[in-house]
Design a protein around this ligand. Structure first.
Ligand code: FAD
Length: 332
């Protein structure tokens, strides 16, 4: 019978990086699983009196988590692509990228504890999610069922779309989600190919636990951490307590003159504008989703989500056009 999961027998290997771990723990006797323990739910049925979990020691739980997390921090300190924000656009971007390029190491940094951004509900907290065609192609690719209403489709629960997308994204071996972690700043390098001598290219992100980020005003000396990457894709949503983070920072570091600001609601023009204009706004930084409405002064679109999914598809396409070139620049 196999021992409990966290027994320190094997080192953890993550694409080229191996973390040394202890071979044995003298004071920890690893007990085999209880004889006759059920292997299936059917075998457990009506046997709850004799039921018992496999043995564990609290330190095993602690080490099983921390060893993996710190290995990930080490491994993803140099990423190929960082996606900032795990809303519908960021997750769609991650899905397309990971599917097309399993060789790329992709870190997603999400400020919230729960990834998914604003896509757990439709408008005014209603359950259904509306997507205008041809965004149904993205739902078909994911395998999310919907009702066809002619020019648009309706997913019964927005949460069904988001949970399906999230589960697929997190299943890719080349993706790591750092949630409860905020991007506090951007890493920059001079950009000698630009005509403006003050122009920079983006070369990664500066991060911190979100709870720490929220307390810079009342606690001092809480320095951040970093992730280097030749390409950052920002999808932090429209302006709000956290939103539009990267593009606001571009303005304050004088890489964008000003923001256009999100305009009034016009579903007819808003969605096309966001998808078509998803692009590399400054070298090394692609912007998609509602964050882009703040750059371009595009209209808000209300509770229709096709543009978020297809902006993600376009962001991935734009990323794959430049990633190899940005990698070379970043290694210099
Ligand atoms: C009150 C309200 C009203 C809205 N009204 C409209 C509307 O009229 N029209 C419309 O189109 N949309 C509206 N939205 C937003 C709607 O949810 C979005 O259209 C859609 O969710 C945008 O998708 P997104 O992926 O671009 O961004 P979001 O779903 O907003 O996801 C952005 C993600 O980025 C994360 N994030 C932000 N900053 C950082 C950071 N610094 N570091 C790490 N992560 C970060 C956030 O936590 C979030 O998970 C509204 C949202 C709210 C809350």
């Amino acid at each position: 019978m196999s021992p409990p999961a966290a027994t320190f027998e094997n080192p953890v290997a993550v694409s080229g990086f191996t973390m040394p771990v202890k071979k044995t723990l003298n004071n920890l006797a690893v007990k085999p699983a209880v004889n006759g323990q059920a292997k299936t739910l059917a075998e457990m049925e009506d046997k709850w009196e004799s039921f018992t979990f496999s043995p564990i020691r609290e330190s095993q739980v602690s080490r099983a988590m921390t060893r993996r997390y710190f290995t990930d921090l080490d491994n993803y300190a140099e990423s190929d692509i960082v996606i900032v924000g795990a809303g519908s656009c960021g997750l769609s971007t991650a899905y397309e990228l990971a599917k097309k390029r399993p060789d790329l190491k992709i870190a997603i940094v999400e400020a919230g504890v729960a990834p998914g951004g604003g896509a757990w509900l439709g408008g005014q907290l209603f359950s259904a999610m509306v997507m205008r065609k041809p965004a149904d192609a993205f739902l078909n690719d994911l395998g999310v069922p919907y009702e066809d209403e002619g020019d648009f489709v309706v997913v019964k629960h927005a949460a069904l779309f988001t949970s399906t997308l999230l589960s697929k994204v997190l299943s890719f071996p080349n993706i790591k989600l750092f949630n409860a972690t905020a991007v506090e700043d951007l890493i920059t390098r001079p950009n000698p190919t630009a005509s403006d001598p003050n122009a920079v290219r983006i070369a990664g992100v500066v991060t911190n636990w979100t709870l720490v980020s929220m307390h810079h005003d009342d606690q001092s000396c809480m320095d951040p951490n970093t992730i280097n990457a030749p390409l950052v894709i920002s999808t932090t949503g429209h302006d709000g307590p956290f939103g539009a983070f990267c593009v606001k920072r571009l303005v304050s570091m004088q890489q964008l003159e000003k923001l256009g600001g999100m305009r009034g609601l016009d579903m007819r023009t808003a969605e096309d504008a966001i998808v078509k204009r998803t692009r590399e706004v400054v070298k090394g930084l692609i912007v998609g989703g509602m964050e882009l409405s703040e750059v371009d002064g595009a209209n808000r679109m209300g509770p229709t989500f096709g543009a978020m999914a297809l902006s993600g598809v376009k962001a991935a396409e734009e990323a794959l056009k430049v990633i190899d070139e940005r990698k070379v620049e970043n290694s210099e």
